[in-house]
Design a protein around this ligand. Structure first.
Ligand SMILES: [Zn+2]
Length: 400
């Protein structure tokens, strides 16, 4: 009798990231304390852009930023088991939080593996760091405590969940994130008071059986045919057409090279996307049911492992309103765009998943990202970083 197993499997992603080649030049830059804030933010960003590090290995990035904040009289608290830290500024227990994402992406190019901040996390980090430095400079004028969380591994979708599990955001009422947006979603120089990300989930599957002779197909199960049935059934999963969603195979491996052998085993990968979390739940359940059905039908063992699951945006109305008010105060009403909607995902929403009462929203920064996020040649309008920090400062100091 066939059977199907479903388990979460974050370790796979972590090991995959660890394989990415690491740049050797991770030396710390000198502390930047004698320049105007508008050029300081660009110097921070330039250092980060020149020293990208892969997910779960952002030690140099975290050390560089912690040194900057320590030089401003702050006391960064590193995480014990992975790169990253929190830092508090202002009086009392922090009630407002800021999230920065430390990791870069690895790209396979003809010249080999290249690391790059092709998602613009160098900009996000420079904006959050500069915001903290400006809040620290306010001294007694800062009305309440603010905590910045510099987390690893956003790109693998499991950094935020690991940091949230430490409880470092549990005392916060509000959490702000920030991310650059391409012009197609948010034209520069406008800001969005929230980013409506979609959910995504990756599933790895194994079909386990024995190879058999090409002349005797009746003596076993052809794993390619099982996988093909699986792919067709996944693509045919039906959901409410009002909610954008997709499910598809993105990997299939089977066969030994001998065309006279019918492969009994195969491995495959599935990418699931949905614009809300209810639709994602239905997709995940659908994949599990298909696995059970095919295991029974063919009498093979099918193992399914969820590699990463990133929830869709859970936007807090009060947090979104606070960012909208800050955008208008800093840049005027014409700079305020509607909520940015994207099918991309961000693990920022894991903080709200961990604690549903948290008011969270991400500031979208229109920065003419060209040609697009996750393109190794990606570039953007650097002049948008300083106003973005001003918006976050205004949102952080607004009365609660
Ligand atoms: Zn990103």
């Amino acid at each position: 009798m066939g059977e199907v197993h479903l388990e979460t499997h974050r370790g796979v992603a972590r090991r995959r990231g660890a394989r990415a080649r690491r740049r050797r030049d991770l030396g710390r830059a000198g502390v930047i304390d004698s320049v105007a804030p508008a050029s300081r933010i660009l110097e921070i960003r330039a250092h980060l852009a020149a020293h990208p590090e892969p997910s779960w290995r952002e030690h140099g990035t975290a050390a560089y930023l912690a040194d900057l904040l320590r030089a401003a009289g702050l006391d960064p608290q590193p995480f014990a088991d992975f790169p990253g830290f929190t830092v508090d500024v202002g009086p009392g227990t922090p009630v407002v939080g800021l999230r920065g994402d430390l990791d870069a992406l690895a790209h396979d190019t003809p010249a080999g593996t290249v690391l790059a901040h092709s998602c613009g996390h160098d900009a996000n980090l420079a904006i959050v760091t500069e915001t903290v430095l400006r809040l620290a400079a306010l001294g007694d004028a800062l009305p309440h405590g603010v905590r910045a969380i510099f987390q690893p591994a956003e790109e693998q979708g499991n950094g935020a969940a690991s940091v949230a599990a430490l409880g470092v955001a549990d005392g916060l009422q509000t959490l702000f994130g920030v991310h650059l947006r391409p012009g197609s979603e948010l034209p520069a120089p406008r800001f969005a008071p929230a980013i409506s990300h979609g959910a995504c989930c990756f599933v790895r599957g194994q079909i386990a059986g024995s190879d058999h002779h090409g002349a005797r197909p009746h003596q076993g199960v052809n794993a390619i045919e099982v996988a093909a049935e699986f792919a067709g059934m996944v693509a045919a999963l039906r959901l409410d057409p009002q909610v954008p969603a997709s499910a598809k195979f993105t990997e299939l491996r089977a066969g030994s090279g001998n065309l006279n052998v019918i492969p009994g085993s195969a491995s495959f990968g599935i990418d699931l996307r949905a614009q809300d979390n209810a639709a994602m739940t239905r997709l995940r359940e659908g994949v599990t049911q298909i696995g059970r059905a095919l295991a029974l039908r063919h009498g093979v063992e099918i193992t399914l492992a969820e590699e990463d699951h990133v929830p869709a945006a859970i936007v807090g109305d009060a947090a979104e309103a606070a960012l909208a008010a800050a955008i208008v105060r800093v840049a005027g009403a014409t700079a305020l765009a509607p909520r940015a909607v994207t099918s991309g995902s961000d693990d920022f929403h894991c903080y709200t998943l961990h604690r549903p009462t948290l008011q969270a929203a991400m500031l979208g920064v229109g920065a003419d990202v060209t040609p697009g996020l996750h393109d190794p040649a990606m570039h953007y309008d650097l002049s948008r970083l300083d106003p973005a920090a001003e918006v976050l400062v205004a949102a952080c100091i607004a009365p609660r």
